[in-house]
Ligand binder design. Structure first.
Ligand code: PLP
Length: 412
């Protein structure tokens, strides 16, 4: 990916210099879209399989949620809200958590944020000092790394096992713990692998956190997007663990642009001080977007029919993807059990960089995936992330072009 010169080495002393630590902040998912825009500007049609926004494809925000937000605006809820969020939204999140077995969560333990993204930012900022360590899944969602970099904290990778359906191994996680480790991030279902974790895996990870007194960030933003199976909320197994559950409306409720997310402290007696720190940070940024918070209650407790429709579309798309990818020599794809992502592996002669692979594919075939390097991956392995939100016709064409590209690659 052409990254341009390092941010802080402009020859011209007149040019204002940004802070050096921003050099480590990268977000491949958006960066690569710029290259796709260039390819499109040259007149080539691009098939987008790169971005986890259902509204770019044939999905729509449930009308009762749109109406709830419109009504909130008409009713004058356009000023600043309380910094921890609108009470009705906090109450809905707490009631939902209780109904799912997290009995101690009260509205006072919930913060409504500008997407899960802001919840991650608030929690890590309130937790990590410079030099502290946070255990992150690798491959994983890159915002965690970016925020750790901004805080001068150290992101320490643990590696879910691809050969075991991308399940994390608690023993490997524990082997990464040092006296500076403060937090463990678990993203279930996972972006970018689409894996969901078993009760045993989650319990073993929580045991590590309990013994080493780590804060667990349980990012469960895809918990309602499952291909069969059930999702086990980590908070229901977390006795004696400092844990925050993160979730929001972006994915399952099809409104990522509204920026509605939350964090909830599941064992509030263990995180009292941290909650006060988060409150301070929340106060300082005034509040999350206000009128859209009025959609939280109707989302969590109103009609859920759209979810069945979403899964009825996604299931054949997932099946098509797995079948078509595994039919291409040099590509192996673990079937995802949640979310709308997969991270197939590339084993091609002469392949040294999956970023190069993805960029060549984009330029030659007009198909856009995200390179595995953008999420981190085990050393010496190569992957690319597929978003299988597009309709089957688009996916089919994308995999056809990919197959042609790979066979040309193999005979180079
Ligand atoms: N966490 C994970 C694992 C994600 O995949 C995403 C978005 O793709 C987010 C958090 C951010 O979501 P939000 O739109 O709520 O900020």
């Amino acid at each position: 990916m052409p990254r341009g010169p390092p941010l802080c080495q402009h020859a011209d002393p007149q040019v204002f210099r940004p802070a050096p630590h921003i050099e480590n902040v990268r977000y491949a998912i958006r960066n690569i879209a710029l290259e796709a825009a260039r390819v499109e500007a040259e007149g080539k049609r691009v098939l987008y399989c790169n971005i986890g926004d259902p509204l770019r494809f044939d999905f729509a925000t449930p009308p009762h949620l749109v109406e709830a937000v419109a009504r909130a605006m008409r009713d004058g809820h356009n000023g600043y809200a309380a910094s921890a969020g609108v009470l009705a939204a906090r109450t809905a999140v707490a009631n939902d958590a209780q109904a799912r077995g997290m009995a101690k969560v009260t509205p006072g333990d919930v913060f409504i944020t500008a997407g899960v993204s802001e919840a991650i930012d608030l929690l890590l900022t309130a937790t990590l000092e410079p030099g502290d360590e946070v255990l992150l899944p690798c491959p994983g969602y890159p915002l965690y790394d970016a925020i750790a970099a901004r805080l001068h904290a150290k992101a320490v990778a643990y590696h879910p096992d691809e050969a075991n359906g991308w399940q994390p191994d608690a023993r490997e996680v524990e082997s990464r713990v040092t006296p500076r480790t403060r937090a463990l991030v678990v993203c279930n279902p996972n972006n970018p692998t689409g894996a969901t974790y078993s009760r045993e895996t989650l319990a073993a990870l929580l045991d590590v956190a309990r013994r080493h007194r780590l804060l667990v960030l349980a990012d469960e933003i895809y918990d309602r997007l499952l291909y069969g199976g059930t999702h086990v909320p980590m908070g229901t197994l977390a006795d004696g663990v400092a844990i925050a559950m993160l979730n929001g409306l972006s994915k399952a409720y099809l409104c990522p642009g509204w920026r509605v997310g939350w964090l909830a402290f599941v064992n509030p007696e263990l995180t009292r001080e941290l909650a006060r720190a988060v409150q301070r940070l929340a106060d300082a940024r005034l509040c999350g977007p206000a009128p859209v918070q009025h959609a939280v209650q109707p989302a969590l407790f109103g009609p859920q029919g759209h979810l069945a429709e979403v899964m009825a579309k996604l299931t054949p798309r997932r099946d098509l993807m797995v079948k078509r990818l595994n039919a291409i020599p040099g590509i192996r794809c673990v079937s995802p059990s949640g979310a709308f992502y997969a991270l197939p592996r590339l084993e091609l002669p002469g392949l040294t960089s999956d970023e190069e692979f993805v960029l060549k594919l984009l330029r030659e075939e007009g198909v856009l995936f995200v390179h595995g390097e953008g999420f981190g991956q085990a050393p010496g392995t190569h992957h690319f992330r597929v978003v299988f939100l597009p309709p089957e016709g688009v996916l089919g064409e994308a995999f056809e072009r990919l197959a042609g590209f790979v066979s040309r690659w193999a005979s180079r």
